[in-house]
Design a protein around this ligand. Sequence first.
Ligand code: ATP
Ligand code: MG
Length: 357
Amino acid sequence: MSNIAILAGDGIGPEVMIEAKKVLACIADKFQITINTTDYDVGGAAIDNHGNALPPATLAGCEQADAILFGSVGGPKWANLPPTEQPERCALLGLRGHFDLFCNMRPATLQPALASLSTLRSDISAQGFDVLVIRELTGDIYFGEPKGRRGEGDEETGFDSMFYSRQEIKRIAHLAFQAAKKRNNKVTSVDKANVLATSQLWRQVVEEVASEYPEIDYEHLYVDNAAMQLVRDPNQFDVMLCPNLFGDILSDICAMITGSMGLLPSASLNAEGFGMYEPAGGSAPDIAGQGIANPIAQILSAALMLRYSLDQDKAAQIIEQAVTSALDNRILTADLLPEDSKNQAKTTSEVGDYICQ
Ligand code: ATP
Ligand code: MG
């Protein structure tokens, strides 16, 4: 029996989470496994209900769970709160920090059925695109102290500190090389070592770790070049090892190469293997509440949860196959369709229902 903490959050979070829960219920039934889900408030919704984006009851529920399935947080309603009370910073970074979820894995694969619809559709080199972004998630400029905040004292300045320790870089680098062994034996480490001291340390430590994996093809790229190369020839990459900030940005590029922000799941794990699973995209306030969001990223996040936290690889595979089948059969939400065929779009729940079937 597994206990899952469900944190749907804001924006499209609750809409796509309904579909992921439907799929989980189906798969539990099919595989005769017991998956208990408990919903907790988080993000802007929790600010509205409890005055706190990450209430103690939510944190306690997560601590007792076997895994966390997360939706998304934030939106225009809470955008003007001070930085320390922002849903993203408070809830999302709060959870990542609290559970030390330093390893964020973002697999991005271009599904054959979508090759002609991909954002880079005129660039056939995106065919066969299959990249795993491994993003360090608990260091870098997101967590560096001190921070100087506009609006808190000095209205005229704002600053953030970028920070990495040797140990933080080493542990994520090892995971990237181990992941590459199970894939296509190539690691590209991304940094900005020509400008940043943290990146110089990053490059030095990753090179040391690389020397322990002579069988892996290793290279490093400056982040600006990596962004350019991803758009120019995405298939040259296998595992991309990134610090927190660069990984955030590059994984969004990877998402769009596959067709939509609404397709890609992510797993965030700590050293003990405890995980939080969430879509690579955010709360998408521009389309929230309309029943048109793509639920696939949330559903595939549930599949990753089955694989990594519940040891149910077969169940994860079945879900992934059902998603491919939905795409092959053109059960597509609007984000995946060109402007002139948006009228053929399926709703969020239609896609969820198809995948369940
Ligand atoms: P956040 O700060 O939470 O990341 P955001 O304003 O950056 O919010 P995202 O959620 O990152 O918004 O979305 C970026 C774009 O991708 C938006 O236009 C959004 O509509 C689209 N998008 C993201 N997720 C989905 C989805 N599941 N289905 C369809 N479109 C999506
Ligand atoms: Mg975003």
